[in-house]
Design a protein around this ligand. Structure first.
Ligand code: FE2
Length: 325
C-alpha cells in the first residue's frame, strides 16, 4: 500500500478546450477519487494554477490563444508553480513535440484517447514525486533557518544573498552543471552550520585564541558534515562543507589535503567565501574593495594556500563583473 499519496487528497487540473476529451479525463480521475478542476481557456490557466495550487496538471497542447507549450513554460518559470508536474495530452505522436515538451519543462506525455491504466499510473507516480520533493524542500528550508540563526549569532548576519549570487554567477562563468551550481548555493547557507556546537565564549572571543580553542573551532567542518549527512539529495554539498578550510599546500584542515586532492567544488566555494568575507563590513573591520580583496587572495596564493589556476580564473571573473565601470 502506498502511504505517500492517496488520490482523495490530491487535486488535478485538466486543461483542454475540447469538451469531450476534457470530460473523458475528468471522469477517469474522478472515479479514482481525485478532486478534479477543469479549464477550457488557455489564457486562464496560470491564474487558476496560482490560486488553486493543484498537485498535477493534464495539459492539452493544441489550444486557441496560447498552446500547451507556452502555458507549460510560463508555469515552470514561475517560482509559485514550478514544482507542479505537467503531463501533456495529445492526439499526435510527433517526436518533435515530445522534444519541445521536455524543453519547456513538461514531465510526461499521454496519448489521446486516454488509457485509464496508463493515465492513473503516471498521475500517481508524479504526485508521489512531488510530495517527496516538497518534504525535502521543507527539510532544506528548516536547515536554512537554523543556519541563518547560527550565523546571526557569530557575525551579525553573514552576506548569504551575496555569496549565493556570486556562487551562481561564478558557477556559470566556469560552465559548471546546474547541480554543481545548486550545491554551491546550498553550501553558501550551510557551510558553517557546524559552529552551532562551538560555545559563544570561543566563537565570539575578542582576543587571541588558545591552541585548544583553535582546535575546537576547526571541528565545525566535521560537525557541519554530520548535520547535513541525512540530506540524500544533496550529497555534493558534503565535500564542500568538510573541505572548505583546506589549503592548496596541505596546511589546512580537517584532512590536510593538498592540490587536486581537495574536491574541486570545495576549492571554488572557498575562494567565493573568502572574497565575500573580505569585501563585507564587520563590527571589527571595514570592507575591502574588490581590487583589494583580489590582491589579498593573490597574496594567499603566493603563500601556497590557493590553487593558482583557480585564482587566475576568479580574478578574471571579478574583473568582468565587480570591477567593471
Ligand atoms: Fe568555515
Amino acid at each position: 500500500m502506498n502511504t505517500l499519496v492517496s488520490s482523495e487528497q490530491a487535486k488535478i487540473l485538466v486543461v483542454d478546450d475540447h469538451r469531450f476529451s476534457r470530460m473523458a479525463a475528468v471522469d477517469l480521475l474522478s472515479l479514482d477519487g481525485y478532486e478534479v478542476l477543469e479549464a477550457d481557456d488557455s489564457r486562464d490557466v496560470v491564474k487558476v494554477v496560482i490560486e488553486q495550487q493543484p498537485d498535477l496538471i493534464l495539459l492539452d497542447i493544441v489550444m486557441p490563444h496560447n498552446d500547451g507549450f507556452e502555458v507549460c513554460q510560463r508555469l515552470k518559470n514561475d517560482e509559485r508553480t514550478r514544482s507542479i508536474p505537467i503531463i501533456f495530452i495529445t492526439a499526435s505522436d510527433d517526436r518533435n513535440w515530445k522534444i519541445r515538451g521536455r524543453e519547456v519543462g513538461g514531465d510526461d506525455f499521454l496519448p489521446k484517447p486516454l488509457d485509464r491504466v496508463e493515465l492513473l499510473t503516471k498521475v500517481k507516480l508524479l504526485i508521489q514525486q512531488k510530495r517527496l520533493n516538497e518534504g525535502l524542500d521543507q527539510t532544506e528550508r528548516l536547515l536554512y533557518s537554523i543556519a541563518s540563526a547560527i550565523e546571526d549569532r557569530s557575525e551579525g548576519g553573514k552576506s548569504f544573498a551575496r555569496l549565493e549570487g556570486l556562487a551562481q554567477a561564478f558557477g556559470e562563468y566556469l560552465e559548471l552543471t546546474s547541480t554543481e551550481i545548486s550545491d554551491l548555493i546550498f553550501a553558501a547557507r550551510l557551510h558553517d552550520v557546524g559552529t552551532v556546537c562551538i560555545p559563544d565564549a570561543v566563537l565570539l572571543k575578542k582576543g587571541e585564541l588558545t591552541e585548544e580553542e583553535r582546535e575546537l573551532i576547526k571541528k565545525h567542518v566535521l560537525i557541519g558534515e554530520k548535520i547535513c549527512q541525512p540530506m540524500q539529495n544533496r550529497r555534493g554539498v558534503l565535500p564542500i562543507i568538510r573541505h572548505h578550510h583546506e589549503r592548496w599546500n596541505g596546511s589546512g584542515y580537517p584532512d590536510g589535503l593538498s592540490g587536486d586532492e581537495i574536491p574541486w567544488m570545495a576549492q571554488i566555494f572557498q575562494i567565493l567565501d573568502i572574497y565575500v568575507a573580505l569585501t563585507s563590513e564587520r563590527p571589527y573591520k571595514l570592507a575591502l574593495t574588490p581590487a583589494q580583496a583580489v590582491k589579498t587572495i593573490a597574496e594567499e596564493m603566493e603563500k601556497g594556500w590557493r590553487n593558482p589556476e583557480l585564482v587566475e580564473q576568479f580574478t578574471a571573473f571579478i574583473q568582468v563583473t565587480e570591477m567593471r565601470a
